[in-house]
Structure formats: structure tokens, C-alpha cells
Design a protein around this ligand. Sequence first.
Ligand SMILES: N[C@@H](CCC(=O)N[C@@H](CS)C(=O)NCC(=O)O)C(=O)O
Length: 214
Amino acid sequence: MIDLYTWATPNGRKVSIALEELGLAYTVHPIDISKGEQYSQEFTAISPNQKIPAIVDRENGIRLMESGAILMYLAQKAGKLLPLDEVKYWETIQWLMWQKSGLGPMLGLALHYLKFNRGKSTYSEERFKQETHRLYGVLEQQLSDRDFITGDEYTIADIASWPWVARHEFQTVDLDDYPNVKAWYLRIAERPAVHAGWAVPVPDEVPMPVGAKD
Ligand SMILES: N[C@@H](CCC(=O)N[C@@H](CS)C(=O)NCC(=O)O)C(=O)O
């Protein structure tokens, strides 16, 4: 049994979607980051960086923060979503790291300036909008000849990136400008596990992304 500490954000949803895809049993512990619950002593003991998501595996006591590490752990535990073939394995890790160091942080900053703090810094709005569009361009190129980020197989690299792309409208991105990304995004949006994982820990006011079926 996995204890999942999370909130309704892209990083949190990566892990709930992965747990649903992998069919691993889990218990949800909502950490309301808008109320500062991430700073409690109990949560800090599990996630020293005081951010969601985090997990505890009751089978072995392993505690993990950082969504990338959690995705790798869960995929290896279940033996799915992370290819065994050496070339594909490292390709998946490469794109997972790309998401963790590029797509996630930059789209996060785009959301911060373009949606939540509009008008506070023209420079930052332009900077992160430009980088966001460049990263969508990178993903567009990668998906030009394949269904998923590393090929035919759906992996944790897709799961890491998808919840960020699901907020494209807040990042001022029109998916019609990135047809390969749009097709990938809609392909994944059809998956029942994605719907189930999206609703964790609570159905929020932001609906399931446009184009996805309920
Ligand atoms: N690098 C971390 C980032 C986690 C992160 O930024 N979590 C956000 C929600 S998406 C959070 O907990 N924010 C609360 C805060 O910054 O106080 C990961 O990938 O898990």
C-alpha cells in the first residue's frame, strides 16, 4: 500500500495518474498547499523540501519526495511504464529529466506570470512565454514520427509531461499551433486512468482538459 501526499496540481497529478495506470493500491492524504499544510512537521518529515507530491511505501518504509524519483520508483515497483530495453530505458529517463528540469519549471513560471500575476512583470511574462513556446516546439518535433514521447510505448515520460500540457490555455498556448502535441495530448486524455488520477485528491474547479471525454 502506498500513502500518497498530494494536491490538485500538475506535479501531484503525475503521481496519481501513474498509480492509477500501474494499478497499485494507494491511500490519498490531501495536503492543501493553499493553506500552508506543506509546512507541517509531519509532512516535512516525509517531504523535506515541503512540496507535494510525496509517497510512503508501507511495505518497506521508503519515503520519497520529487515527482521524477517517485515515478521511477513506482514504475520499477510495478514493472511497467519504464522500458527494460537499455536504449529505451535511458531515452525515457532523458525525457523525464527534460520534463523535470525544463518543461515543468518553465511552464510553472509561465503560469505564475501569465495567469496568476499578470501585469506585474512584462519582462518575466515575455521570457517565460517565449521559453514555453520553445519547449512546445521541442515536444512537437519529438512527436513528429511517434505516438508517445519515446516511441510506441506510453511511459512515465509521457505521464510527467501530460498534466503540464493539460494547462496549455493558462500558458497562452494554442494546441492547434502544435498538431503533434495536440494529437498526443488527446490520445492520453482518453485513458481511464488519466481521468481517475486527474480527480485526486479532490475534484477541483478546473475541469478535465478540453477535448477529453468525461
Ligand atoms: N520538483 C518538485 C516540484 C514540486 C512542486 O513544485 N510542488 C508544488 C505543487 S505543483 C508545491 O508543493 N508547491 C507548494 C509550495 O511551493 O509551497 C517535483 O517535481 O515534485
